[in-house]
Design a protein around this ligand. Structure first.
Ligand SMILES: Cc1ncc(COP(=O)(O)O)c(C=O)c1O
Length: 392
């Protein structure tokens, strides 16, 4: 009886019943094959093959001798907040008050803080489909309603003012999440398109949350920041991608002044502060620009290898990819089930990629996301393996 009661107390809550992030499941399956001695080309998880820049590592080495590395101020070390603010003047010619910068545990924590600071339970938040799955899953766990806005290749996978307002008319939206460059498609919104969307949202009373985590990784044209378009937009960014620091778990938010104190109170309670050594590394990472630009040049080279190679082996349907390090390929010529396709491609060709269903429950069956953040050799190897496999 007591045991029965204890068991029922241990049932997961309904809100925790979010779908898995499939890219991580594919990574686990790839690791199992590697443990059996297979060589796998990893194109499933969106993370740079390179590590943090040498400047970041050197700063942490030096800091290790100068403990005690206790908690920092909840909003982040003041010099790091100033350095991030300065980056906006360097990148976008913007004068951002360092008081608006909130250092976060990766952009993942930034999203949680932003949703908690802006939304009440039950609020509707627009996200593009296909899109980064944790937007939807974090919102659901917080009791908000993610509202998928369908996009197509013809729309360059971006939501428009019209598609946003159509959902707003169904029932009012509280906020929208926009990402450019986007995951999984790698496409970007040109400045006029982003400007129109931000203006339209704010005119309709919809808060704008702009995921700028792939800024710095733009190949077709320069990415526009929503911070230039509105002082009310919430900007989320991270050291994970351009700065090659995924495992350091550090990012930042540019919050409108009216939200800074709310975000601070939330972070005080949820995290106290962000890991101190990661903050020290992040500040020094800004001095690693030359090294990071070389890594970016490597992605551009990888992108060219795939844009040339994949069509030759039969995978030809994807947009010219503008930024980030993703390519979203239409595989409907070969399969109507991208999960099955990705599973077979992993087992039979040894190439790990993420099925589109992770990003788009509606049409993702027809798509596969390939991440090209690996080595140049991996890209050539992937093209050859996929080609041989599709020929069979
Ligand atoms: C679009 C997008 N946003 C946010 C994140 C989260 O990154 P992090 O928490 O490492 O900053 C990712 C990670 O892949 C992403 O692709």
């Amino acid at each position: 009886m007591v045991l029965e009661k204890a068991k029922s107390l241990l049932q997961p809550s309904a809100r925790s019943n979010v779908p898995p992030f499939m890219a991580m499941d594919v990574m686990a399956a790839a690791a199992r094959l590697e443990a059996q001695g297979r060589r796998i080309v990893h194109m499933e998880v969106g993370q740079p093959a390179a590590g943090a820049p040498a400047t970041a590592i050197a700063a942490v080495r030096a800091a290790l001798g100068n403990g005690p590395h206790g908690y920092t101020e909840t909003l982040g070390i003041a010099s790091l907040r100033r350095r991030i603010a300065r980056a906006y003047s360097e990148w976008h010619g913007l004068d951002i008050d360092p008081e608006r910068i909130v250092v976060t545990t990766g952009s993942s924590a930034g999203f949680m803080l932003a949703f908690l600071a802006v939304c009440e339970p039950g609020d509707r938040v627009a996200v593009a489909l296909p899109g980064y799955p944790p937007y939807r899953h974090i919102l659901a766990a917080l009791g908000c309603e993610p509202v998928g806005i369908e996009t197509t290749a013809l729309m360059r996978w971006s939501m428009t003012s019209e598609t946003l307002l159509a959902q707003h008319r169904v029932r009012p939206l509280k906020a929208l999440v926009v990402g450019s460059p986007a995951n999984p498609t790698g496409t970007m919104m040109a400045a006029p398109a982003l400007t129109a969307l931000v203006q339209c949202a704010e005119d309709a009373g919809i808060a704008v949350i702009s995921d700028e985590i792939y800024h710095g990784l733009d190949y077709a044209f320069a990415a526009e920041s929503a911070a230039r378009l509105s002082g009310d937009a919430i900007i989320i960014n991270s050291f994970s991608k351009y700065f090659c620091m995924t495992g350091w778990r550090i990012g930042w938010m540019v919050a409108p002044p009216s939200l800074v104190r709310a975000v601070e109170r939330l972070q005080q309670n949820l995290a106290i502060s962000v890991p101190t050594l990661s903050q020290i590394a992040a500040e020094a990472a800004f001095d690693g620009r030359a090294e990071l630009e070389k890594v970016k040049a490597g992605y551009e080279e990888n992108r060219r290898i795939l844009l040339d190679g994949l069509p030759r082996v039969g995978l030809s349907s994807f947009l010219p990819v503008d930024g980030a390090f993703y390519l979203y390929a239409d595989i409907s010529r070969f399969s109507s089930d991208s999960f099955d396709f990705a599973t077979r491609m992993l087992e039979e060709a040894g190439v790990a990629a993420t099925p589109g269903v992770d990003f788009d429950p509606l049409h993702g069956r027809k798509f596969l996301r390939l991440c090209y953040a690996g080595s140049r050799e991996d890209m050539h190897d992937a093209v050859e393996r996929i080609g041989n496999w599709l020929k069979r």
